[in-house]
Design a protein around this ligand. Structure first.
Ligand SMILES: Nc1ncnc2c1ncn2[C@@H]1O[C@H](COP(=O)(O)OP(=O)(O)OP(=O)(O)O)[C@@H](O)[C@H]1O
Length: 259
């Protein structure tokens, strides 16, 4: 089995003084893998990514990056250690050009030759970045802007990229393009931890799937097998999977998206 790059172990985390959102979450990402977190709204998927990237500090449990405990490190420090987070929604600087956006991702690279080589690499991986290099980013379509975000995230050659709902707001064609690009990232040797509402399609592309509910992994396994697991449909339709406890079931949960 390939090396474990990122591991969340028994993580408990939440916001302020409120009850924890993650309640003993364990997720592992290995080299060369796309691991997909799916689950109903409010299950804690985005929160899991925030803990992994240092935006939120776990109350307990461990966060390991290439075997080293990185809990409490800032997102900047984690980026320097090879972990990039592409946030939910659109985060390109719309008034800046594609070139300026992508270059921002490599702001810590001092060696011009290295920077140029990285730019060429992301242009090759994301042709639209090359085609629209001089364009103002706000003029690109939502799917194209997402690819600019991917390119920017890859400029420091991260080992692991966290992608939070990259298909959000995209039409089916652009969703497919974005999923194809994630597949290409994996092909380029980047491990991906992906959160997706578009559960079935994401699981068809991912290697490993984890179904989160109420801050824990309830079902996990080979992604394609999960996509066909009837328990997943039940969970999304508001049913209670058999492995949830009576206490869990009593906790209110917002309705999930159509699966
Ligand atoms: N900044 C915040 N402050 C307080 N509570 C928050 C914050 N962000 C998220 N939460 C709460 O944490 C819980 C989990 O949210 P999270 O965004 O992790 O869920 P999710 O599984 O990603 O949901 P969705 O699919 O709707 O994006 C929700 O109850 C949410 O209201």
């Amino acid at each position: 089995m390939s090396e474990v790059l990122l591991a969340l172990e028994n993580v408990v985390a939440g916001y302020g003084r409120a009850a924890p959102v993650l309640r003993g979450l364990t997720v592992t990402v290995r080299a060369g893998e796309v691991v997909c977190l799916v689950g109903p709204n409010g299950a804690g998927k985005s929160t899991a990514l925030k803990v992994a990237s240092g935006l939120l500090t776990a109350r307990s449990g461990r966060v390991l990056l290439s075997g080293k405990d990185v809990a409490g490190l800032s997102p900047q420090r984690l980026l320097g250690r090879g972990l990039a987070h592409v946030l939910q929604g659109h985060s390109v600087f719309r008034e800046m050009t594609v070139a300026e956006n992508v270059r921002l991702g490599g702001y810590t690279v001092r060696d011009q030759a290295v920077l140029n080589a990285r730019i060429e690499a992301v242009k090759e991986l994301f042709p639209v970045v090359a085609e629209r290099w001089g364009s103002v980013a706000g003029l690109l379509s939502g799917g194209q802007q997402k690819q600019v975000e991917f390119a920017r995230a890859l400029m420091l050659e991260p080992a692991v990229v966290l992608l939070d709902e990259p298909s959000m707001g995209l039409d089916p064609r652009n969703t497919q393009i974005v999923f194809d690009q994630i597949d290409l990232m994996r092909g380029a040797g980047v491990a991906v931890l992906l959160v997706e509402q578009n559960a079935r399609r994401a699981l068809e592309m991912a290697d490993v799937g984890c179904v989160l509910d109420l801050g824990r992994v309830h079902i996990s396994g080979p992604a394609r097998e999960l996509a066909a697991d009837p328990r997943l449909g039940r969970l999304y339709l508001g049913g209670v999977p058999s492995d949830r406890t009576a206490g869990d079931a009593a906790r209110p949960r917002p309705p999930g998206p159509a699966f």
